[in-house]
Structure formats: C-alpha cells, structure tokens
Write a protein that binds this ligand. Structure first.
Ligand SMILES: O=P(O)(O)OC[C@@H](O)[C@@H](O)c1c[nH]c2ccccc12
Length: 260
C-alpha cells in the first residue's frame, strides 16, 4: 500500500509507454455498497489511480456535477469514517492505488491522526485536501507521513515560478496541476499556453505532474498528457457512472503515446 504503491503504478504506465489517468469518483454516490464494483470497473477501464471524494456540505471548489454527486452521497448518510471503513473491508480485492480527496473540515473533526490511521488501515496511497495551503499542511502531513501516505500539493495557473519551485520542492505522490481558474467541471477549451505551463512544472518536479479540471475527452487527455505525466478526470466520470454508462469510461483513457 502507501505512496510506494502509487509510485509503482506510475512506473508501470511509464514502462508501457502510456500516461497516467486518474479517475475521480464521489464515494457513496449510488450507495457505498457500489464502491467495490465501481473501483473494479475503473481498474478494468485502464485507470491508473482512483481519486475518491468524500461528500461534504460546503465543497467550495466543486462544480455542479460533483456537488450534486456529493448531495446524493450525503443523502445516503455517507461519512468519512464509513468510506474509510468500507475501503478497509475491500482493500484486498482491489489493486489500484487510492487517493482520498476531502476538504479540511471533515479531517479536522475526525482528528488528523485518527484520519491518517484510518487511511493506513484502508490501504490509501495519498490524500488531497484542496483547502489546506502548503503553509498549513504540517498538522495533516506529519501523521500521514508516519504511514508513508502522500499529501498531494497543487499548482495553479496563477502560481509564480517561485511558488512552483517551492511547491515541487519536497512534493509527494504527484503534483495536481490545475488547468483552469475556477471550479471543477467540463470546459470548452483551455488557455493557449497551458501546455507550456504544464511542461514548465513537469521539468521542475521530481514527482509526476497530473493535469486536472475540465478534462472530459480522450483527445484532451492526450493533448494535456503530452505536456506532463497524465491527467485527472472527475465530472465526466461522475456523470457517466450516474447515468449508468460506466462501461464508456474506458473510451476516455488514452492508450500508448502516439498510438491511436
Ligand atoms: O471535474 P473535473 O473538472 O474533471 O476536475 C477533477 C476534479 O473533479 C477532482 O479532482 C476534484 C473534485 N473535487 C475537487 C476539489 C478540489 C480539487 C479537485 C477536485
């Protein structure tokens, strides 16, 4: 388990001549009992890492699709503890690395140490807490570090070169490179210089750089992935699963670089 499992997954896609593909799903959308089958479906679709969202009442960075999924999960009374307990019970049946995405408040209420211990018991490889800036990550990071679980950092479009250098310095797991200014959800297009921005971060970083926000097609995944180490797709996957079209997810995952 742990961040080494995630590093091994990155090494594997690299060896296969591919880019990493991270799929975001909302835990408990459709009921927690569907979690195992959904994760196995993503494994079969060729996904590299699963980013598992914890439903939360005030998801400030979530766009409408993920907000609605969160509301459905909250209506099912899905909690952080319930998700981690369910993961612990299925962890021997799944082989794909899992990254937990949660806002700071649920972790704070649960206790950072307790959270880290539960993540370890659930076989989690990494954690994303988007509302915790690097300057305040210590109290979350220290307990996770003891279990070799990575705390993922963000770089945004507005990050200065200096900020990018600070962020990649000591980064763990991967860098989450946000591709737009705004919330999650599909976009018609991206800034013209996005690929240069991604390439600049990738050059500086010792850990893989994944581009996320607004990626909703295989073509976009290929174009953005070419400039970094891969992509993260959320809203599109959440929609497909909700519509009972999970079998289409495999069509979003690029194959070997340069092979159509
Ligand atoms: O939905 P999109 O645009 O494909 O973007 C991924 C995103 O949903 C996922 O990584 C995520 C969901 N909620 C977040 C909050 C902050 C940062 C990232 C996220």
């Amino acid at each position: 388990m742990t961040k080494y499992k995630m590093a091994a997954a990155f090494a594997r896609v690299n060896e296969e001549g591919k880019k990493a593909f991270t799929a975001y799903i909302m835990a408990g959308d459709g009921g927690l009992h569907t979690l195992k089958e959904t994760i196995l479906l993503l494994e079969d679709a060729g996904v590299t890492i699963v980013e598992l969202g914890i439903p939360f009442s005030d998801p400030v960075a979530d766009g409408p699709v993920i907000q609605e999924a969160g509301k459905r999960a909250l209506a099912e009374k899905v909690t952080l503890k319930a998700v981690l307990d369910e993961l612990a019970s299925i962890k021997d049946d799944i082989s794909i690395p899992i990254v937990i995405m949660t806002y700071a408040n649920p972790v704070f209420k649960f206790g950072a140490q307790n959270f880290a211990d539960h993540c370890a018991a659930a076989g989690v490889s990494g954690v994303i807490i988007p509302d915790v800036p690097m300057e305040e990550e210590k109290e979350f990071k220290d307990p996770l570090s003891k279990h070799d679980i990575a705390l993922i950092r963000f770089v945004t479009l507005t990050s200065s070169d200096e900020r990018i250098s600070e962020t990649v310095n000591g980064a763990e797991g991967f860098i989450y490179a946000v591709t737009v200014n705004g919330i999650t959800g599909a976009r018609a297009g991206f800034a013209g210089d996005l690929s240069e921005h991604l390439a600049r971060i990738t050059e500086k970083s010792n850990v893989p750089v994944l581009a996320g926000f607004g990626v909703s097609s295989k073509e976009q995944a290929e174009t953005l992935g070419a400039a970094c180490d891969g992509v993260i797709v959320g809203s599109k996957i959440v929609s497909l699963l909700h519509e009972g079209r999970g079998h289409e997810i495999k069509n979003l995952v690029p194959g070997r670089v340069g092979v159509k």
